[in-house]
Design a protein around this ligand. Structure first.
Ligand code: NAP
Length: 276
């Protein structure tokens, strides 16, 4: 029987996941379909029970359900529990098991760029949900230092204090972050600043970025934020948010099927979707 996969969220109409995963099912000859399901906040519990009753094989979870779904699952992977967010669910012999592939996907995308995290130091700008997954996954991967700058410093403090993995860390203010940009090998922009339609905004002044730095902005709409353009102008190596999106999908696909898929093909699929 055809296997059922999907993604639940609100809004969901523009999700790029169905095209990406259906193409992979075709490529690997898997008899399955991946569908978008519009599920509003008040309907999450009913939707999860319905998917389970239908015998869904797996599904992705996106805004606004990544945190609320945790209490509705049978089991949650320890990293996802620590992050406090699930974006991938697998039906394991009738039990719904939750995982987080957003943060690990970001790390894998970075490693793909030949960035061995090891003894590096990073600055993360932002302390929202995406930042939390990235911070925890980089700490788990063994990076030496991660500093954090966020508009609301209390949120950054809370994030640092709740991380179960050991990593050297300071919460810094905007001025200190702008002054010390040259000290980091990695700068990761995780706020929504610079996203369509607000494409002329910057999270902080990029003036002190140097060519020795890898700068990543997890936004993919536009494909190059103003921050990324400025970093490229300074000679830094840059990466946009397509990498994180593709690798979170690749890790979800691997959890469901045991196959680590062709990420170059996935990237082309996403770029086609984005008109890039
Ligand atoms: P979130 O939880 O709402 O966090 C938003 C972050 O942006 C917070 O740090 C917030 O600071 C900051 N921020 C928002 N508006 C700001 C402003 N005007 N000035 C200063 N700081 C501001 O959102 P999220 O889920 O982490 O998503 C953040 C971005 O990542 C979005 O653009 C999203 O599209 C992108 N994303 C990409 C991927 C991918 O696969 N590439 C995956 C997930 C998310 P405060 O704490 O001070 O409010």
């Amino acid at each position: 029987m055809k296997k059922l996969f999907g993604v639940i969220g609100d809004p969901i109409a523009h999700s790029m996941s169905p095209a990406m995963h259906n193409d992979l099912f075709d490529l690997y000859g898997i008899d399955a379909v991946y569908l978008p399901f519009h599920v509003s906040k008040g309907n999450l519990e009913k939707a999860v029970k319905g998917l389970k009753a239908l015998g869904v094989s797996g599904f992705n979870v996106t805004i606004p359900h990544k945190t609320d779904i945790i209490s509705l699952l049978d089991k949650v992977d320890p990293l996802a529990r620590a992050i406090g967010a699930v974006n991938t669910v697998k039906n394991e012999n009738g039990l719904l098991v939750g995982y987080n592939t957003d943060g690990p996907g970001f790390v894998k995308g970075l490693e793909y760029m030949a960035a061995d995290l090891g003894s590096r130091s990073a600055l993360i700008i932002g302390a929202g949900g995406a930042s939390r997954g990235i911070y925890f996954s980089m700490a788990q991967a063994g990076i030496e230092r991660i500093d954090l700058y966020n508009r609301t410093p209390e949120k950054a403090e809370e994030l640092v204090n709740s991380c179960p993995f050991k990593v050297e860390s300071n919460v810094i203010g905007r001025e200190a972050a702008e002054k010390s940009l040259a000290e980091y090998q990695l700068i990761i922009q995780t706020t929504s600043i610079g996203m369509v339609p607000d494409t002329e905004s910057l999270p902080l002044s990029p003036e002190n970025i140097t060519r020795n730095t890898i700068v990543s902005d997890i936004i993919y709409n536009p494909l190059q934020t103003k921050f990324l353009k400025e970093a490229a102008r300074m000679g830094a190596a840059v990466q946009n948010g397509v990498g994180m999106f593709v690798f979170q999908g690749a890790l979800a696909f691997e959890i469901w099927t045991g196959i680590f898929p062709d990420v170059n093909r996935m990237e082309m699929n996403v770029l086609r979707n984005l008109g890039g």
